[in-house]
Design a protein around this ligand. Sequence first.
Ligand SMILES: *Cc1c(COP(=O)(O)O)cnc(C)c1O
Length: 410
Amino acid sequence: MNFLTHLECSRCGEHFSADELHTVCPHDGKPLLARYDLDLVAGVLRKSDLAGRAPTLWRYRELLPVRDEANLVTLQEGFTPLLHTQRLGAFLGMNRLWVKDESRLPTGSFKARGMCMAVSRARELGAKILAVPSAGNAGGALAAYAAAAGMQCYIFMPADVPRSNQVECEIVGADVFLVRGFINDCGALVREGTPIMNWFDVSTLKEPYRAEGKKTMGLELAEQFGWELPEVVLYPTGGGTGLVGMGKAFDELERMGWIGPKRPRMFAVQAEGCAPIVRAFKEKTEFARPWNDPRTVAAGIRVPVALGDFIMLDLLRRTGGGAVTVSDDELLRGVRWLAQCEGLFACPEGGATVAALKKLLDNGTVGRDERVVLFNTGAGTKYLEAFPAKLKVAARGFWRRRQREEPTSQ
Ligand SMILES: *Cc1c(COP(=O)(O)O)cnc(C)c1O
């Protein structure tokens, strides 16, 4: 049984069929969102039904858009652990701190959530060739799911994305192009190529189903907290699918009567060198101006323009949350704090949430007794260039030389 009813424009509200391929709204160019018959879902699904289901994001299949299981493309993704990070909490002077660890998803980032959904639906609706501009991890995830689906895909990424992203795309057989420019330059190349090459463009929020995959982060958070959402969520924000998806998850759960109207205060975390959403939040505007010359080692949040900017900004304001920047030095230090307290090697984007939390605790925006969740959106091992390790060297004769230089006292 599937409960998807239609697509709806996030801005003008116009409806579109959910059984044909769509990108953005043809009237205003804004994202389309998937809608379900939630009353029907609430009638057939109980919270207790979930307990017996496999620990993947497909446990929420009634709230997901894939109509026929035969079209499902999966690497068994989702239901990532919610780690109660007590040592990191103690270090920051609090004790109710959790990290939702998305680094364990296929291809090492939470982009897998969105891409399993986009590729499944693209296959279901008859798309043949997929294309995406990527700051790194979206390309890696699309490439993997396209390979698993037996579909061809094209990926355009800035030439300075982490090497792991370039290699992971190439190895699974994607057509990868490096672009001298930013993610929006890559986006322009995909846009121009689409009519010529007959691609389906799966850019962030340009197709409706990646956000449905990201929505499962919100569903998991609710289930893992026993349907009592935490007070604060910090999320490293690029294109914003995760914020849009989580906001949608909470709204749908409320419509089903599974949670009340209370929401976590949602905070967007961005890098000082690329912070269009933080700037727009401070300037109290509805949309965000494009950021010139975006710079940060946190490649996943090096996104100067976001199609869903107004949806994110509305969510941050509606929940009483906010928007914070951290410098690259701070976010890399955040990675080390988390790693050394918890044994978890996070991506720089994940480290950014740790550094941002410290700021919010220090200035009193977040209370030390509140339940706080940080999102670690990917694996640190994908960003080796960002972490120059200064290691000591040992070779044969090492102990003899060391004894000569620093003789032990006994
Ligand atoms: C893409 C990405 C982000 C930003 O996610 P959005 O939901 O698009 O804002 C954050 N961290 C990592 C590791 C990413 O790959």
